[in-house]
Design a protein around this ligand. Structure first.
Ligand code: IYR
Length: 222
């Protein structure tokens, strides 16, 4: 089959001064994003989550295979089951599985095995890596660069969540296979990437006094 091309749709060029303003404005806005661990139970309309997911689905992906799948959970019973399964793994992690060096780097974050936010927050978004596609004849077709692609989509999702005025926490109980079971996702095609907790911050929430690396530590120009 011959590839089919169309003129580039939607591209906008801005005057140079406006480009600088936009670049600075976006960087400043992203610097305001913080991960929080105490969520309000205030409801968030599904329409907001849908648009954030549409932004996530705009990510580039290997061979445009779009190897992501998102399950947005607001059902209290499902959230409860996810919390119970996650806390089971986390108790094991903090008590036995995590080596002392790992616990040492987590110390400034003040985390432990208790994850009440998995029930308090109005939305959990489980992000799955779809490693294979099921073809009509029943065979599986491999997807390429799935980790990179789903990482990119999740980054855009986080930016969209922040941009509309919500907050998020990336939660990665390990192992997370229970998400396939609870959410009915096929284990032969998909594996969980992470669980995003989304909502409004609890009143008076605090965050760790930690800082981002300055530009000269994260980039160089040659
Ligand atoms: N999954 C655990 C531990 C944890 C690991 C990292 I790396 C973090 O940045 C934060 C927590 C937990 O959620 O507590």
């Amino acid at each position: 089959m011959n590839p089919s091309f169309i003129p580039l749709p939607g591209y906008r060029e801005y005057p140079p001064g406006e480009m600088l303003d936009r670049a600075r404005g976006f960087a400043d806005e992203m610097q305001r994003r913080r991960t929080i661990r105490d969520f309000s139970d205030r409801p968030v309309p599904r329409a907001l989550i849908e648009d954030c997911l549409r932004a996530a689905g705009s990510a580039p992906s290997g061979a445009n295979q779009q190897p992501w799948y998102f399950v947005a959970v607001s059902d209290p019973d499902v959230k409860k089951r996810i919390r119970e399964a996650a806390e089971l793994e986390e108790r094991e992690f903090y008590a036995h599985r995590a080596p002392p060096e790992w616990l040492a780097v987590l110390q400034p974050l003040g985390t432990d095995s208790s994850k009440p936010f998995l029930e308090t927050a109005p939305w959990l978004i489980a992000v799955f890596i779809r490693r294979f596609e099921r073809l009509a004849d029943g065979t599986k077709r491999k997807h390429y660069y799935t980790d990179e692609s789903v990482g990119l989509a999740t980054g855009l999702l986080l930016a969209a969540i922040h941009h509309c005025g919500l907050v998020a926490l990336m939660h990665t109980p390990s192992p997370m296979k229970f998400l396939n079971k609870i959410l009915g996702r096929p284990t032969d095609l998909e594996r969980p990437f992470l669980l995003l907790v989304v909502g409004y911050p609890a009143a008076g929430v605090t965050v760790p006094d930690i800082h981002r690396k300055p530009l000269d530590e994260i980039a160089s120009f040659v």
